[in-house]
Design a protein around this ligand. Structure first.
Ligand code: ZN
Length: 341
């Protein structure tokens, strides 16, 4: 079986690997599509010192069950599934007291356990979630993005018609914005790249604001002077964190969110003066089923973000380009890999 490994930071190489069932609850999955994002590239480049080499990178993938160690009620050979990228350790105080969602030491695909840039994966049956036929592979690779958005919304206490500012204009911002609209809130997406704002608008978000043109004034105007009742700062947005606090109203929650994160600084003077409750979300654990339901109900339209499919033979070259862009601080475009040919 084949896979791609990070053997030194900034570089992947093709390798062979073994995937054998290990234990009664294990299942084997033929991976069909993988999504490679800037977060994966940040890990490949060693931004996070917790990444342990050598490692198979990539966090998001879907596939089809080819083998199970024993029969299961909901999963059998041929089931289409998404594999959870995140697994509680089972040993820390949070896990031991029945709160795996607060695990101190999550296993994270492509960061501290093997990721999904490979043709087959063996995992525990509790890590796979079946996909209805209506959710296509190209959308299913975003299941954890939807789950992450739901984890963020849990922290926001979103009210009907409340203004939620999202700093960063990625596909993830659009997903979060679309779910906020579904919950009848009013998302406002802020970015410094016009192309990102155009895509976000096309995907159905009404309010977008340029980060380079007095965004505080515009947010104030859009919210009738009240400013944002909550703010989500996407950790890869590249925009000053000061803005998150400047556009937040007094006591507004501010959530920092993303799978990878540079060492960001918080303007404590503004946060203290407005008493902004700041929290952090870095995974969608616990929300996979709800996320699949939202996709199945067509609550999220990702057609604006459809990606050309990269063949396996082009993986090294394409990841090489993404690494160059990341290291040169240029925008890194996601790629969708076809793991069938
Ligand atoms: Zn744990």
């Amino acid at each position: 079986m084949i896979g791609w490994k990070v053997t030194e930071f900034g570089k992947i190489e093709k390798t062979k690997h073994q995937e054998l069932l290990d234990g009664l609850d294990s299942v084997k999955v033929k991976l069909t599509r993988a999504l490679i994002t800037e977060d994966d590239i940040a890990h490949i480049c060693g931004e996070d010192k917790n990444v342990q080499l050598p490692i198979i990178p990539v966090r998001h993938a879907v596939g089809q069950i080819t083998e199970t160690a024993q029969p299961h009620d909901f999963i059998s050979k041929g089931s289409r599934v998404v594999i959870s990228s995140i697994e509680p350790c089972g040993e820390c105080p949070a896990c031991e007291t029945g709160h795996p969602e607060n695990c101190y030491n999550f296993g994270i695909a492509g960061k501290n356990k093997e990721g999904f840039l490979k043709d087959f994966a063996v995992t525990n049956v509790s890590n796979v979630f079946t996909l209805p036929a209506s959710v296509k592979d190209a959308d299913a690779v975003y299941v954890e993005h939807v789950a992450l958005a739901l984890s963020i919304i849990d922290k926001l206490n979103v009210q009907k018609s409340s203004h939620v500012a999202i700093i960063g204009g990625s596909v993830f911002a659009s997903i979060l914005g679309q779910i906020l609209i579904y919950y009848q809130a009013v998302p406002i997406i802020i970015d410094d790249k016009e192309a990102n704002l155009r895509a976000v608008k096309k995907s159905g978000i009404y309010y977008t604001v340029s980060a380079s043109n007095k965004p505080e004034k515009e947010i104030s105007a859009l919210s009738g002077g009240r400013l944002a009742s909550s703010v989500v700062y996407l950790t890869r947005s590249g925009i000053s964190t000061d803005l998150a606090y400047k556009i937040a109203s007094h006591n507004a929650p501010i959530v920092f969110a993303g799978y990878s994160y540079p060492n960001l600084k918080i303007p404590m003077n503004i946060a203290m003066s407005k008493q902004n409750n700041t929290s952090c979300v870095n995974n969608g654990y616990g929300n996979y089923l709800a996320a699949i339901n939202l996709l199945a109900n067509k609550a999220i339209d990702l057609s604006v973000y459809s990606l050309p499919v990269t063949k396996m033979q082009d993986i090294e070259a394409e990841v090489g380009k993404m690494v160059d862009d990341f290291e040169n601080k240029k925008p890194v475009q996601n790629i969708l890999v076809n793991l069938l040919d």
